[in-house]
Design a protein around this ligand. Sequence first.
Ligand SMILES: [Zn+2]
Length: 377
Amino acid sequence: MKPITYRGIARLCFSAASVIIAAGCAQSGPAPAAVNSTPPTTLPVGVRYRMSDCHLHLVDFLQHTDGINAAVAAMDKCGVEDAVVSGMPVVKEWAQNEHRRPEYYLSDDSRCYWYSATDVLVERQIESMPADQRHRIHPVICGFNGADRNAIEHVQRMVDWFPGFWEGIGEVMTRHDDLTALTYGDPARADNQALSSIFTFAGNHDLPIFLHSDIGSVWKRDPIYLPEVEAAVSAHPNTRFVWCHAGISRRIEIPTLTSDIGTMLKKYPNLWVDVSWVVYENDLLTKDGQPDAKWTALIEEFPDRFMIGSDKVGRFGDYPAEILKYYKFLDALKPETAKKLARENMLSVLPKHPAKLSDQESDLLNGRIPAGTELIK
Ligand SMILES: [Zn+2]
């Protein structure tokens, strides 16, 4: 059944945002590439693995995008059949004192602010897709400040507005080194109260959480933030967590990383690990660029628990290279393990059905019944 969407409301509320997006695309992005109307039946030349992408941002830090059709065309070039697709929860401000417009959060010293309309941008893009491609895209909600206890209402509102659409929540931004430092307001922590409500909601609605929490800082070599991730995962045993980038970010070096991750996976069956972005070059490969034996052993020990992502943000010209780079590592694994890492594990965390609110949840959210009414289970 086609999901009912409140597109009229969304258009009205976010018309200003869409004007900005349209302008952005016209200025800086090529027109979206056409998408074949049928999914690929054979793998393109040079493609040896059927893949899933657990981490694709449809928009960049200015909320610009090449478009969902360009993303799907890029996926087709490198054997990616399914992707978890999010927006970007923050916008990089173009500060008055900056002459050049920034395009990335590290472009200059200006700050980033939380931007909830990103989820509506994602919904509008996906709604516009050819119907026979739609099943390959798994949208997730990300446009909230995880340090704000109101954030749960944004998540509920997105599910209320677009019932039967969302398949997860993320990338939930908590500790993220430079990005944390550049974002307005208190940083979110994986174990704070605001996120606890969201993680409980996710568990109740069968939605996986894609959580970005650095395992440590850029200075210390200890996993000083690991206890926050552990507290979140252990307090929500009915919620599936995917730990983005295995807790790694630029300049974060943790000598105990593989044993820390192994301990967590042993203790918590509700935890998975995404090895997208810099963790691949910095950790999964040795300094000589070869698969690191510690990592191949860890992934063989937990073959069902790791997944691959592109972490591309809004632009998809170099998407195939970001996916094909994993071949070197996949080739070093047992073929069954490689298949799981490349494709199956990501599919295994998705919900049986995209989320919907119960009538009572919707009534409560929209003030049709008094705040504080106990929900019927
Ligand atoms: Zn990301």
